[in-house]
Design a protein around this ligand. Structure first.
Ligand code: PMV
Length: 294
């Protein structure tokens, strides 16, 4: 048995997280940062998979219709920050199904990798919309609807998106955040349904703004999206502070990204203003960096 490798990209949700789980569209972009997995044969000494990853490996082998792996060591590498809303669990799931398929000498298309990885994602957080796995496998700027049927398409941006990521310093738990909002939405559908619908409206307007490179409008839509996510109870004091700081530092708009409850925020800089915004946010103590879309 030869060694096998696979990788998956991180992602940023530009607009529409959470509401996407409830049927609204969302827009995400792949990141240059990724998770890489290497599977190395180590003889019959049994599997050397970190215990915390065992359920994910079992789900991935089952999704691929393979028999359970034995005699393999699993190594993880990459440059994607973990548990901060940048899609590390989906990137890991995509990397895992690709590496396991490579063991079987199978090359997966991006759509197959996304579908299988979404099954693995259920181990990490019960009801994924599929946006993370789809973006982790395809990359690019994507319009996504969970359906059924699940569908996605590429969005042609009018120019490069001047995006900056800033970490709140708190880890988050996607399953807890999505589950908590689901329970609140189920107990008050008359309240949450219109809020999710309003977020869907921001996503539709956001797509048109991205296509026209209308960055000030896109910034406004992102800030409104943050306000609605905050109203839904998925923001934190630290996320609100980083969003406010980004706006004070001249960002056109800012919002939490991903499940919230900690994790990352994104800010839209003025064109070519990313480096200045990163420096200003760092000056205020935040771990900020320019998003490398891919
Ligand atoms: O926090 P992340 O990177 O796991 O993103 C989750 C995105 C949600 O919309 C909150 C959930 C989903 O499955 O779409």
């Amino acid at each position: 048995m030869n060694e096998a490798r696979g990788s998956g990209r991180g992602k940023i949700i530009l607009l529409g997280e959470h509401a996407v789980v409830h049927g609204e569209p969302a827009i995400a972009t792949g990141l240059g940062q990724e998770v890489r997995i290497r599977l190395v044969p180590v003889g019959e000494g049994g599997p050397r998979v970190p215990e915390v990853l065992r359920p994910a490996v079992d789900a991935a082998t089952a999704a691929l219709g393979m028999s359970p792996t034995r005699g393999l060591a699993l190594e993880i590498a990459g440059d994607l920050p973990v548990a901060v809303g940048l899609g590390s669990s989906a990137a890991l799931s995509v990397a895992l199904v690709r590496a396991l398929a490579a063991l079987d000498r199978r090359a997966l298309s991006p759509s197959e990798a996304a579908r299988l990885a979404n099954e693995v994602e259920k181990v990490f957080h019960g009801t994924p919309s599929g946006i993370d796995a789809t973006t982790a496998a395809h990359g690019g700027l994507l319009w996504f609807e969970t359906g059924p049927p699940m569908r996605w398409e590429e969005v042609a941006a009018g120019g490069p998106l001047p995006l900056v990521v800033a970490l709140s310093g708190e880890e988050h738990d996607t399953g807890r955040s999505v589950g908590g909002l689901r329970r609140r939405a189920e107990s008050s559908p008359e309240v949450y349904g219109p809020v999710f619908g309003a977020i869907g409206g921001l996503v539709r307007a956001g797509r048109a703004a991205i296509e026209r490179a209308a960055w000030p409008l896109l910034g406004e839509l992102m800030s409104m999206n943050h306000a609605l996510l905050r109203a839904c109870g998925v923001s934190t004091d630290a996320l609100d502070r980083v969003v406010d700081d980004a706006l004070r530092c001249g960002a056109l708009g800012a919002k939490l990204t991903g499940a919230g409850g900690g994790g990352a925020a994104i800010a839209l800089a003025s064109p070519d203003g990313e480096a200045d915004l990163v420096a200003a946010l760092r000056g205020r103590g935040w771990n900020a960096f320019r998003a490398r879309s891919a």
